[in-house]
Ligand binder design. Structure first.
Ligand code: SAM
Length: 259
């Protein structure tokens, strides 16, 4: 069984290209508002290429991003430098199951865009929730998003799911051919990705798989409570509307209790 942290180094050159055509920046104002309402340092788990961490660093200082993939972080560091955010945003290579921060450091920790679903074993999720609880100061907020309803994703084989140009004039033409598999026994959804980049006559194909765990909102709520959090809100959109089972966005706001 593949690990949930695998595949991201290979995905890194294509992540922003694909993301600009799917989620884009729709979730960024939500996390920015939370950053502006938070006192003290704020940590993003799985900050990737800095899609969220960089706008947060523009909004305020004391933002820290942690990620395990060196290739994703390389892109985030470039963004940080381009935006001159060295004093406001710190990027750290590390694993979210073992957070390298003193107890009670953060006013908020966020886990956007399904990062907790990359923890495909129960013990990895439990270790991460315990680590987040410890890294938050009492009263601090833990905000997370689950990718909605992964088990209902239709399975398909080798479908062209995106194509277009990457980079400015003279860039590459990219095609993404995707296979989606459901491993219902293990409650996993696996995306086999095949990116082909064409520059003139040169052609390069990059293949990898990303594995995500199926988790519903009630299942995550139970795990948060077991780890000592109080769940404050279930949200069904990025404007703060209420969650229900059919919502397209699945967000949870929890708190480390004050005592
Ligand atoms: C979906 S991307 C999200 C990136 C960014 N938060 C965003 O919204 O664009 C998930 C990120 O989590 C990272 N990741 C996965 N498992 C991890 C782990 N155990 N520890 C640290 N980072 C991890 C991956 O390397 C990847 O960059």
């Amino acid at each position: 069984m593949a690990e949930g942290y695998e595949g991201w180094d290979e995905y890194a050159p294509f992540y922003d290209w694909e993301n600009a055509r799917t989620l884009g920046r729709r979730d960024v104002p939500f996390w920015t508002k939370l950053a502006l309402e938070t006192a003290g340092p704020m940590l993003e788990l799985g900050c990737g290429t800095g899609r969220i961490a960089v706008p947060l660093g523009k909004a305020r200082k004391g933002i820290i991003g942690i990620d395990r993939s060196e290739e994703m972080l390389t892109r985030a560091r470039r963004r940080l430098a381009r935006n001159k955010l060295a004093r406001r945003l710190t990027l750290i290579r590390g694993d979210i199951r073992h957070l390298p921060f003193p107890a009670g450091t953060f006013g908020a920790v966020i886990a956007p865009y399904g990062i907790l679903q990359s923890l495909i074993r129960e013990r990895d999720l439990a270790a991460t929730l315990t680590a987040v609880h410890g890294a938050l100061r009492p009263g601090g907020t833990f905000g997370l998003e689950l990718v909605a309803d992964l088990p209902s994703w239709e399975e398909y084989r080798k479908r062209i799911s995106l194509k277009g140009w990457k980079g400015r004039k003279g860039g590459a033409h990219v095609t993404l051919v995707e296979t989606v598999r459901q491993d219902r026994a293990r409650r996993l959804t696996i995306f086999d990705q095949e990116f082909t980049e064409r520059r003139g006559r040169k052609r390069r194909t990059c293949r990898f798989a990303l594995t995500f765990r199926t988790l519903t909102v009630p299942q995550m709520v139970r795990r948060l409570e077991k780890a000592g959090f109080e769940v404050r809100a279930l949200l069904g959109d990025y404007q703060g509307g209420p969650w229900d089972k059919r919502a397209e966005v699945w967000m949870i706001l929890a708190q480390r209790p004050v005592s």
